[in-house]
Design a protein around this ligand. Sequence first.
Ligand SMILES: [Zn+2]
Length: 511
Amino acid sequence: MALDVLLTGGRVIDPESGLDGVRNVGIRGGTVAYIGDDRADAARTIDVSGHVVAPGFIDMHSHAQTISGHRLQALDGVTTSLELEGGALPVADHYEWAESEGRPLNFGFSAGWVYSRMHVLDGAPAVRPQDDREFRIPLGMFEQFQDGARWRGPADGRDIGRILDLVERQLRHGAIGIGMLAGYAPDFTAEEFGRLADLAAETTQPMFIHARSMSAEPPGSALDAAQEIIAEAEAHSAPMHLCHMNSTSGHLADSVAESLAAARARGVPVTTEAYPYAAGSTVIGASFLAPDELRRNRMTPSSITYLPTGERVASEERLVEIRANDPGGLCVLESFDLCDPADKAMLLRAQTVPDAAIASDAMPLTFFGTESQRHAAECAATGDVWPLPPGLIAHPRSTGCFARALSWLVRDTGVLTLPEAIRRCTLIPAQILEEAAPAMRAKGRLRVGADADLTVFDPATVAARGDYTSLRPSTGFRHVFVGGTPVVADGELDAAAFPGKAVRGAGARAA
Ligand SMILES: [Zn+2]
């Protein structure tokens, strides 16, 4: 039977088998059907010589769960975009909404622990995305209920039980693991962590954790927070994933990396990820951006840029004012200084931690323009509009994480080889997730029978174009196929393509 598509003459890299050579790759019916040297019979043949053909990139950490967010990530080589750190509530409705609206990329959500706390401790409603534009992305709940009085604090045994019930229900509705934004609710008790870990172990679903602290100083430093995760994973035999170790470990990144390596060597089920940027991005109301906490984190108000106005926060007074008026407003937070050679070297070392995934922490689009641009920009941020109108911004990792990994880490600094960088964008995340979400076994590798999620790029020119003041997609990704359907063709996004499928956790039960 003829192939649908044959990609000819590309450098085919498969991190699972170690294949790295010029081959032709054929797609039929959504799967990879041929890899070899022949010009197999195909309805369509595309010459990709001079390009790399790799499995599609799997982003474990994307808050950009909108059509526009996915399109920007497709232009960065991503084929599966998962919201695992924050998760969602209610998970079943978020899956249903994404399926009914259509997604360019494969998608999935974890069970949102912080949202469960907001619901149980502050009575925040779990609004369905179908019912309110503000809640179309899972992170909407985070932005809307920052003000709650109790969700950041300790819970008693009875409330912990209610939080766990809600998390467990999300796992039965198909959530992939438990998203634990620990650093945003840092006063939860050891009892709560232990009971969550037991649930993770029983269900063999990982916990995806934003560590409890990013402080450079003990007690309660970023190293203590990483060691807490390792200790819980070890004590409960629960798989745990430390999110963005580059940003939350800060200047303790080397010590955190050492602790993780030692734990993994003795069989503790801990994994991690990093993204190649010197600055982070979050809501300005985050606990760790309070003036006292900033000092402990060796930052000042001027380390923060408040995105809705573009201002660098001038003083503690101004920081306190913005946090009070708009706690859910997005900001960018500088943690490393790339002009300082020691800082740059440390950030690069954090990108080479053994077996760490590359994950973007992509952010949703924020309005950043003149009042006359507001309506069109806000509609485009959550709707089906392409090309995007002016007046939108997001941390550049949202559009360029993977291009920057291939350009900065491979081409410019050489800290990773090309096959190793590809392994971190594909096979490693697939392996971290495949027990919890069996669909991942057919992703992240390029072999006959695998899903035809493929990324074709020019390794000599691939580049991230966005920065902290302008939103621009990456260039150099020539073709991106999701389940055999082109989402990017000849470097252009196809705005009619919605081949993304839901990826669900193994705990999903028929309703
Ligand atoms: Zn985070």
